[in-house]
Design a protein around this ligand. Structure first.
Ligand code: ADP
Ligand code: MG
Length: 536
């Protein structure tokens, strides 16, 4: 023993350290559970918000974020513990994959590890725990899929479901009181996409001022740009050419190119040649016979004038996103060469009306009656940028979930219903399995049940009593029951209209159990020494 103890420290070089066995596992558990506990209080419709405050030089108070979104909180955390990092990572992935359930996934993983720690203290080997968890996960997943329902995409029921899902997602956020209003708004925006899953087509414009109730979904599409001065600002029946091309003829000035010439005449000649080239390009564009020309890049005076003289309204410097959206909304193709004027009919975008409008104090361009109605704009108003940012995040969550639901169409009851049913499935399974795994399966169920427990606790209700009543209701066969968070009772979710998207729950279950398993497997943390620079 002594010999080993003396030899081992020399295996690793100076500064590299190693935590082994129990210590390593404990460190990982503590780190992951601490992170989960941090976001725990934000879970559910009565969850609390957190203020995130940056530190360090140059960070002002104005950069604070007030949020309830698990992913946002975790993303801005700076941690050293590797297990904590894993939890942060799964929350991020959840956000990117489905948009919601970001707190749930971290909390569930944390609770699994808490249960796991107890099992290890009972001298159950991690491999047995993992084996049990895997069985439990599959059982839970099976039950989750069984209890989900599907509606026809065009039916009224499906539309109602979408509104309910949006409301559930929004209910934990800042705008609880306005959630019906925003739920409708989000559903309408997503239905406009007609099955496309590209969130880019829904543009969100944030303008401080007014109240959040002044926010609205604009029928048309709004571009946060201005029409070049001197052009018509109202165009009916517009034919739009969308381009991404250089319209700057005097390259010599712009790039400071050096050209050696013998006389000023030569300079003028070069300029004239450049001008001629530009004119040629404009002529080619004119052949398409557009009435509006939208370019991603700047348009210089001379070409601008040529276009304006031809009676074309010019919109320049529409950034990349803006240009893509205009193209999507109006059904235009984005051009960078102009050699096929005969296809002009297909290439040009159409819309009934383009006009300059004022929102708040800002001038913008509105495209109404677009040929393809895919793109749309949500204009958010609110008293401060902090509120606007949080509303934006909430709406983003809702839009993501709705898009996922439109794709997947399966829904489950919210209010802890799915977690309780999955927990029940685990309990039933534990009774059938022989060996130590059974403990792990039971533990998995307990971890799942923690989600509704925490939601209750966060509302200030007596979770022990409520969860017991909840169990009884499910046992009685009231399978649509869940937490009524307004009254602090157990209620029928179909009356309260609390629904959730199956994909969100599926993803949370899979990601949390995978992360917990990963952390459970750790028995060694090796800190690598920083690589030293070689002395020359
Ligand atoms: P996440 O970031 O994981 O989405 P939330 O704070 O949004 O976390 O909380 C989601 C949980 O709150 C879900 O389990 C959902 O069922 C529950 N929930 C949301 N709205 C309600 C409601 N009105 N009544 C009961 N439970 C709700
Ligand atoms: Mg949520």
């Amino acid at each position: 023993m002594d010999i080993v103890g003396n030899v081992l420290p020399q295996v690793l070089k100076d500064e590299a350290t190693e935590d082994k066995g129990e210590m390593a596992r404990l460190q990982s558990f503590v780190g992951a559970i601490a992170v989960a506990d941090l976001v725990k209080t934000t879970l559910g419709p009565k969850g609390m918000d957190k203020i995130l405050k940056p530190t360090g030089p140059g960070q002002e108070m104005s950069h604070i974020t007030v949020t309830n979104d698990g992913a946002t909180i975790l993303r801005s955390m700076y941690v050293e513990n590797p297990a904590a990092k894993i939890l942060i990572e799964i929350s991020k992935t959840q956000d990117e994959e489905v948009g919601d359930g970001t707190t749930t996934v971290a909390v569930l993983a944390g609770e699994l590890l808490r249960e796991g720690e107890k099992l290890i203290q009972k001298r159950i080997h991690p491999q047995h725990v993992i084996a049990g968890w895997r069985i439990a996960r599959d059982v839970a997943l099976k039950r989750l899929r069984e209890i989900s329902t599907e509606n026809d995409i065009n039916s009224q029921e499906f539309h109602d479901d979408l509104v309910k899902i949006a409301r559930t997602t929004l209910s934990s956020k800042l705008i609880t009181s306005d959630r019906d209003y925003f739920a409708d708004l989000c559903v309408n925006a997503v239905l406009r996409l007609k099955g496309s899953s590209n969130l880019d087509y829904i543009q969100i414009i944030k303008l401080p001022g007014g109240t959040i109730r002044d926010s609205y979904l604009d029928d048309g599409f709004i571009l946060k740009k201005q029409i070049t001065i001197g052009c018509k600002t109202r165009i009916e029946n517009a034919k739009i050419l969308v381009a991404n091309t250089a319209m700057d003829y005097d390259k010599i000035k712009i790039y400071g190119t050096k050209v050696k010439v013998n006389s000023m005449d030569k300079v003028a000649e070069i300029e004239a040649a450049e001008k001629e080239k530009m004119k040629h390009k404009v002529d080619k564009i004119l052949k398409y016979q557009p009435t509006v020309f939208v370019n991603r890049q700047l348009i210089y005076n001379y070409p601008e004038q040529l276009l304006a003289d031809a009676g074309i309204t010019v919109i320049e410097h529409a950034d990349f996103e803006g240009m893509e959206r205009v193209a999507a909304a109006t059904g235009a193709e984005i051009l960078s060469t102009f050699d096929a004027p005969e296809r002009s009919e297909q290439i040009l975008g159409h819309c009934d009306l383009i006009e300059e409008i004022m929102i708040g104090e800002e001038k913008m361009i509105k495209f109404s009656g677009c040929k393809k109605n895919e793109a749309c704009t949500i204009v958010l108003r609110g008293a401060s940028t902090h509120i606007l940012d949080e509303v934006d995040r909430s709406i983003h969550d809702a839009l993501c979930v709705l898009i996922t639901t439109v794709k997947n169409r399966r829904v489950v009851w919210g209010g802890g219903n799915s977690e309780m049913q999955m927990a029940a499935a685990c309990e039933e399974e534990a009774k059938k399995v022989q060996g130590k795994q059974a403990f792990a399966i039971e533990a998995f169920g307990r971890a799942l049940r923690q989600i509704p427990t925490i939601i209750c606790d966060n509302g200030g209700y007596d979770s022990a009593e409520l969860i017991q009543n909840f169990k009884v209701e499910l046992q009685k066969g009231n399978l649509t029951y869940g937490l009524n968070m307004t009254d602090g009772t157990i209620g029928n979710m179909s009356e309260l209209g609390v629904k959730e998207c199956l994909r969100v729950k599926e993803q949370a279950l899979l990601a949390a159990s995978e992360a917990a398993e990963l952390i459970m497997r750790v028995d060694n943390i090796v800190k690598c020494a920083p690589r030293k620079r070689e002395r020359a």
